[in-house]
Ligand binder design. Structure first.
Ligand code: DGY
Length: 330
């Protein structure tokens, strides 16, 4: 029997590709940049499975051009690149990978927090460009992390990992979330507060919400005004959660002290974006989950989800379980 055709939109780590190759006829997009729309359409013409990345826009037009497609397995936790209702309407399973990258992403968010607090990027630039002449009593003064207040916006898995890390620094932790998590409050000594209070009282504010209609531009000019002038903003979630024009104004005018972003809107950020001209804004290229071990695990999970679906088994991480419930045969 012919193996099912699967299109993989980038060279993911070997362990995932090896798994797929055992049971499928795998076509991998080999370039560093994502496939163009045309290449994606061509790759999907006969594919039963698609292993997509967050850089691939999966919408109704694309799904209609993929008559054999049964499953889209996204190599990410977030799936805002996929029109899930359109996939559901066509009986196509959509899978993601919750949990796999929480600790690794929290590690990166914590690195950004520490790097911002102690102005590491500016310090390195100062050394590298030969400006370091002597020990300076006022050189690169930053903000203490220990005993400061951390504000977590979105207490999902990654937000929870941030709260865990904050305990080691004796921080007070406020969080805001659509639903209160009283068991975490008791377990970790967290305090729930409305967004406005979190913004007003926190020294460090870290974003961990998914991107959706409610969270798009959750932080804009009005919210930056509510924040302390010494506040540091960390975003490892999605760039569109922050109004970047307003962020630039807030950083430039000193309304807030610092921002560290792993995600931008758009990605990549344009090389002439004004944010890149600011010394108090640190930007890295969406590397929250980029550890060797986590990226390998992500590849294996994405492959396992996809293979399960093609074998007619329920994938573990299903975003649209209704498709599974209503399936006739797959
Ligand atoms: C995700 O999985 O959603 C991250 O942003 C990429 O690792």
């Amino acid at each position: 029997m012919a193996k099912p055709k699967v299109f993989v939109t980038r060279l993911i780590p070997e362990p995932g590709l090896d798994l797929l190759k055992q049971d499928c006829d795998v076509q991998v997009w080999p370039e560093e940049l994502p496939p163009s729309r045309e290449a994606l359409l061509a790759g999907l013409a006969e594919a039963e499975g698609l292993l997509s990345l967050l850089t691939d826009k999966i919408d109704a037009v694309l799904l209609d051009a993929a008559p054999s497609l049964k499953v889209v397995s996204n190599y990410a936790v977030g799936y805002d690149n996929i029109s899930v209702p359109d996939a559901t309407a066509r009986g196509i399973l959509v899978c993601n990978k919750p949990g796999v990258l929480s600790e690794t992403t929290a590690d990166l968010a914590w690195s950004l927090l520490m790097a911002s607090a102690r102005r590491l990027a500016e310090g390195y630039d100062y050394v590298r460009t030969g400006k370091w002449k002597t020990w300076g009593p006022r050189t690169f003064l930053g903000w203490d992390v220990h005993h400061a207040t951390l504000g977590i916006v979105g207490l999902g898995r990654i937000g929870f990992e941030m709260a865990k890390r904050a305990r080691g620094f004796d921080m007070k932790v406020l969080y805001t979330n659509r639903t209160r998590k009283e068991e975490f409050e008791a377990m970790m000594g967290l305090e729930w507060a409305p967004l406005e209070q979190v913004l007003e009282e926190s020294d460090f504010i870290t974003l961990h919400t998914p991107l959706n209609d409610e969270t798009r531009h959750l932080l804009g000019a009005a919210q930056f005004k509510q924040m302390k002038s010494t506040a540091v903003l960390i975003n490892t979630a999605r760039g569109q959660i922050v109004d970047q024009v307003a962020l630039y104004e807030a950083l430039k005018s000193g309304e807030i002290a610092y921002a560290a972003l792993d995600v931008t809107d758009p990605e990549p950020i344009a090389p002439d974006d004004p944010l890149l001209s600011l010394p108090n804004c640190l930007i890295v290229p969406h590397i929250g989950s980029a550890s060797h071990a986590t990226r390998n695990r992500m590849a294996v999970m994405a492959a396992e989800n996809l293979l399960a679906a093609l074998k007619g088994e329920r994938p573990e991480n299903l975003v649209n379980p209704d498709v599974w419930k209503n399936r006739k045969s797959i």
